[in-house]
Design a protein around this ligand. Structure first.
Ligand code: NAD
Length: 246
């Protein structure tokens, strides 16, 4: 028996990294999984490697695409995992207005649009677990993560407000705050630094466990929040960070 038998899970940004592993682990626990992403080629690769996962192209910056998808699927979805997000580098001196806006559009507005589109069906059915991807950078100050940290703090706030507004409707809403996690985009950040070896060591050292996390270690938290094992948990920020924020 799987931990997610009978549940349908929709995931954004599921073609790589944490979203991808979450799609695979949710499917391995018995869920029907709809993995969405803007990158159609990477989705096709996922579909080939994990035939039990259904893939759909979705650009979370497009409200029309979100509303079309929700009109089609909201009545059958039990779990919405808003994973999409970007990690811009910058402080107050060099973060441009464009970067600030793009970060909030992808990291926060997309979640607002998805939740707004799926909530009416969740309310009608008096069920639903919403999982939003935040970050430890939304809880503590991290150097050169100005727009990122502000956007992830907004995700924490969005999650708590949504939870307060929906708790009487049988809906749960939680967010996950990972520390540094080994994913394709993190490897890209390491490679793009002027001294990749030093950058990698610094990324590892900021977790007291002395390493970065794996996508699996975050995806198991997604499975927990998606499952009925977490039925008494709402409005929570689940920290999975190797002790970075302790
Ligand atoms: P990633 O950055 O490696 O991959 C991101 C995925 O998002 C890609 O598949 C990309 O195609 C997709 N994407 C980008 N724009 C999109 C759009 N407009 N619509 C739909 N999909 C889009 O993945 P990751 O590192 O696992 O990060 C996933 C989430 O986890 C992000 O919200 C990130 O902020 C958060 N997070 C990551 C870390 C980390 O260290 N990797 C730590 C804390 C939080």
């Amino acid at each position: 028996m799987g931990r997610l038998d009978g549940k349908t899970v929709l995931i954004t940004a599921a073609a790589q990294g944490i979203g991808r592993r979450s799609a695979q682990l949710c499917a391995s626990e018995g869920a029907v999984v709809i993995a969405t992403d803007v990158n159609a080629a990477a989705l096709a690769k996922l579909a080939t490697e994990s035939p039990s996962v259904t893939v759909r192209r979705l650009d979370v910056l497009r409200r029309d695409e979100i509303e079309t998808l929700a009109a089609e699927l909201a009545d059958s979805v039990d779990v919405l995992f808003n994973c999409a997000g970007c990690v811009p580098d910058g402080d107050a001196a060099d973060t441009t207005d464009d970067v600030w806006q793009q970060t909030f559009d992808l990291n926060v507005r997309s979640m607002f649009w998805l939740c707004r589109a799926f909530l009416p069906a969740f309310r009608r059915r008096r069920t639903g677990s919403i999982i939003n991807m935040a970050s430890v950078a939304g809880l503590k100050g991290v150097p050169r993560r100005l727009a990122y940290g502000a956007s992830k703090a907004a995700v924490v706030g969005l999650t708590k407000c949504l939870a307060a507004d929906t708790v009487a409707d049988g809906i749960r809403c939680n967010c996950i705050c990972p520390g540094t996690v080994d994913t394709p985009s993190w490897r890209g950040r390491v490679a793009a630094s002027h001294d990749p070896e030093r950058a990698r060591a610094q990324f590892e050292a900021r977790q007291p466990m002395g390493r970065v996390g794996t996508a699996d270690e975050i995806a198991w938290m997604v499975v927990y929040l998606a499952s009925d094992e977490s039925s008494f948990t709402t409005g929570a920020s689940m920290v999975v960070d190797g002790g970075w924020s302790m």
